[in-house]
Each structure stands twice: as C-alpha cells, then as structure tokens.
Design a binder for this molecule. Structure first.
Ligand code: GCO
Length: 461
C-alpha cells in the first residue's frame, strides 16, 4: 500500500487548466431504462418487466414498456448527442433481446437492432462503451435460480461470447457488469430491486460470487473475441468514504473503512481471493468457491469503472477504533434521491483509493449525476442550475484527483436523458436532456449546454 496520500499540490494546480488531451468525456444510459419496446421484435421478458408489475414495487406502477422509446428514436438521440458535442456514449445491451430465454436460441432481430444502433452511432461520430449486463436479467434464468445459480453464470458466458463475437468489430470498449451490489444484495437480500427476493446472507454472498464469476467470463470473452485494441473492465458502485478533514489521521481512518466495506468485491479482485477477515466475518455464510474460480475472476482488466454519486464521511475512531462513520443530519444537502447526499469529494477519494489501494491501472468514472423530481420545461427551457452546480463541483474533484496523480481516464455523466429510475420509476430525473414521457419530446436542459461547453473547452467552467 502506498504512502499516505500526498495532498493536492495547490501551487501548480488550477481548476481552469484543461483536462489531459486523452481524457474521455461521455454520457451514459442503460438498455432497460431508455429503450422501451419491452416485448417487441422477439425480446424476452426481463426480471424488471416482471418486477414492475408487482403492485407496490415501483413508483406509480411505472413499467419499462415504452421508457424513452429509444428503440425507435436512437437515430434522433444520437443526432442530439452529436449536436451537444458528445463523442463517447456508455450504453448497455439488453440480454433478453438477444437471448429471449437467457440461453438457447438467439433472436436475430435483437442482434440486428444493435447493429443498426452502432451504425447510427458511427454515422454521428459517437464511440460506444458497452456494458454487457445492466440488471435486465432474462426472466427465464431467474426462473432457474437467477444469480443464486451457476446456470446464470454459464448462460452469461455464452451471452458474452455471442455479443463480443457479433459486435467486436465496432465495439472496442467493454464493461462486464454494472454495480454488482445492486443486482445481488439489493435484489436478493433487501428485495428492493428485481427480482425482489429476501434470501439469507449465505445466498446473497453466493450471488456476489456468481456475479464475480460472470465478470471473469466477460473479460475472457473480450480477450478471446474482442479483437485488436479491445479494452475491458468492471463497473462497481463501491462504498465510498471521505475523510472529514484531509489530515493523515482522518485519511487513514477513511482508508480503513474503504478497505473493510469493499473487500468482498474489489478486495477479492485485488487479492485474488476473499480476505481472511471477510471469511472470518462471513463464517458459514461465506461463498462456496470452486477450484479455478479466482483464476477466472481475476483475469487482468484494463481499467476499473466506478459509479460515484455520494459518500460516507469518516474520521479517526475513538477508544481504539480504526474509524468512525458519521451519519448525516436531516438538513444535510441532498438531491431528491434520498440516498444522494451532496459530497463532491466522493469522486476524489473513491478514485484515489481504488487506484492506490487496489492498484487498478486506470480508473473510469462510469457514472456521476443527480436525480431530482420536478424539472419542468418553461418557455422551452429547463433551468436545472442544481445539476449544473453538481456537475461543476464533481468535475473539479475529478480534475484535482488527476492533478494529484490518480489516473482517471474518463468521466461519463449519468444520464444523457431522463429515464426509468428503477423502483423510482419516471419520477426521478437524472438527464441533462428532459424527456416528456407522454410526447417523447426531448429538451436539452441548461446542464446539457453547460456540459457541452465543458467538453468543447475541456475545462471546468
Ligand atoms: C445505478 C445505475 C443507474 C441508475 C443511476 C441513478 O448506478 O444505480 O447504474 O442505472 O439509474 O445510478 O441511480
């Protein structure tokens, strides 16, 4: 582990200096949240198509049936992206569009849709960054155990091989999975995300392990079929700590907290196995590991993607405790997403700790943004200054981290367009483009024009 974090060399750093010429600015979205056409052209049911129809699970019973109708409007959307100067777009493939039953017969219409989509991106000068799995698991696999079963791992391996072979000629940037915690702990433990199960700790720990195996298959598939220049990594929503003061004692406490809270995913990847402390704490609930599992799980990646929205404040512990985590008062500033406390330094510390504690060669901020409920279009405009302020404060922290030596290679804003915010449905808007879900009219918000200027000037304005 490297020495204590050298603090920002303020003497040579100014926020107005440009980002490195190699730095990627992008926007992000995901198949289930924007495509719609939930049962069109042979697409199979996903667990979210099922879950959203269970009364009480999703705000207002909102379904993914239409969403942003991106399935039919992607050319218009890419034209709008290009008009804003977007050159890199992170999207996901809908597994059930390609394998309606998760495995078995391929739906050619599903492959054909993504061929058309990538061709449109190429015409508009937009580079794809493709997430293989962003939570829309085929329901048929859930019926066979879902992420509690190695059947799903094997089906994912087949799916990954198939799509990397199909699109490896035009896609060179691959992300295996999006946010393991959200489709394991939240989905099979807390039950707040599809499929909405509340299983034992042992079962949840096993879903984490199966997800890590799937990640390994994703890396294997890209190495085998991705072709020259293909890059691959995981996107994790690691638990993030921010030292209350950037002093050695609070930084050490924040590091200790970070290591402990992330040892079952990032720690396992870095250590090529589960830490003794983790196994001791899990006891009989520890994942069952088969010989060779970690050889697959720990196949080298080109980057780590991190989705960073917020953090926990941590300070030096008292009475011999390594750390003390602070709970935030009710009046602490937050977005309308109740979990989204406004902590811009989260981006600085998460990226530094991932790089310096786990030695990932490169860090990508694969998501960052803020969700608010009411963002009306008034006289043809959406004045979302709150989002402009959020973006500016977080981009400044990206800039500071790079100045302090963290190899952040890119930033993908979540999200290009207001979309289906999972169990919050359509009430929570994260887009820099407003979507009128009745008329499907797109309206760039003030934040879209702000981000366009940031991308054009490559500076935090
Ligand atoms: C996530 C998912 C996105 C969310 C976004 C806002 O990070 O939860 O990747 O699909 O919509 O983060 O919550």
């Amino acid at each position: 582990m490297k020495n204590d974090f050298p603090l920002t060399t303020m003497s040579t750093f100014t926020y107005s200096s440009p980002f490195p010429s190699t730095f990627t600015f992008g926007v992000a979205a995901a198949s289930a949240q924007i495509e719609g056409a939930a049962f069109e052209d042979g697409k199979g049911e996903s667990i979210w198509d099922r879950f959203c129809r269970i009364p009480g699970k999703v705000h207002d019973g909102d379904t993914l049936d239409v969403a942003c109708d991106h399935y039919h409007r992607f050319d218009e959307d890419f034209a709008l992206m290009a008009s804003l100067g977007v050159k890199d777009y992170r999207l996901s493939l809908a597994w059930p569009r390609i394998f309606p039953n998760g495995d078995g017969a391929i739906n050619q219409a599903g492959l054909d849709f993504y061929h058309r989509l990538f061709a449109s991106m190429a015409r508009h000068g937009i580079t794809p960054w493709v997430t293989l799995f962003h939570w829309d698991l085929p329901q048929s696999l859930e019926d066979r155990g879902g992420w509690t079963s190695r059947v799903t791992v094997d089906a994912f391996a087949n799916y990954a091989d198939t799509v990397v072979k199909a699109f490896g000629g035009v896609v060179k940037n691959w992300i295996t999975l999006n946010e393991i915690r959200c489709f394991t702990m939240l989905a099979y433990g807390y039950g707040t995300k599809a499929p909405g199960r509340k299983e034992s700790a042992a079962v949840v720990n096993q879903t984490y392990h199966h997800a890590l195996l799937a990640h390994g298959h994703g890396v294997r598939a890209v190495r085998a079929y991705g072709g020259e220049g293909a890059r691959v990594g995981l996107t994790d929503n690691c638990d993030v700590s921010v030292p209350v003061t950037e002093t050695p004692r609070d930084i050490a406490a924040a590091k200790a907290w970070f290591l402990e809270k992330n040892e079952h995913i990032l720690g396992a990847l870095h250590g090529k196995g589960y830490a003794e402390r983790y196994l001791a704490r899990a006891g009989a609930d520890a994942p069952r590991v088969q010989p060779g599992d970690f050889d697959l799980i720990c196949l080298p990646c080109d980057f780590l993607g991190v989705n960073i929205y917020t953090a926990t404040y941590v300070r030096a512990g008292r009475d011999g405790q390594a750390w003390e985590a602070l709970s935030l008062p009710a009046n602490y500033p937050r977005a309308d997403s109740p979990w989204l406390n406004l902590v811009p330094q989260a981006i600085y510390w998460a990226s530094r700790m991932c790089h310096e504690l786990y030695e990932f060669p490169s860090i990508l901020i694969t998501e960052n943004g803020c969700g608010y409920n009411e963002e009306p279009v008034v006289n043809g405009e959406v004045i979302d200054l709150h989002r402009r302020d959020y973006l500016r404060s977080h981009l400044r922290e990206v800039h500071r981290a790079i100045a302090d030596g963290t190899p952040i290679a890119g930033y993908f804003l979540w999200s290009f367009i207001d979309n289906y915010e999972w169990e919050d449905g359509y009430q929570r808007r994260f887009g820099i483009v407003h979507c009128d879900f009745e008329t499907q009219k797109r309206t760039p918000k003030l934040s879209a024009f702000y981000y366009a200027d940031v991308m054009r000037t490559r500076t935090v304005l």
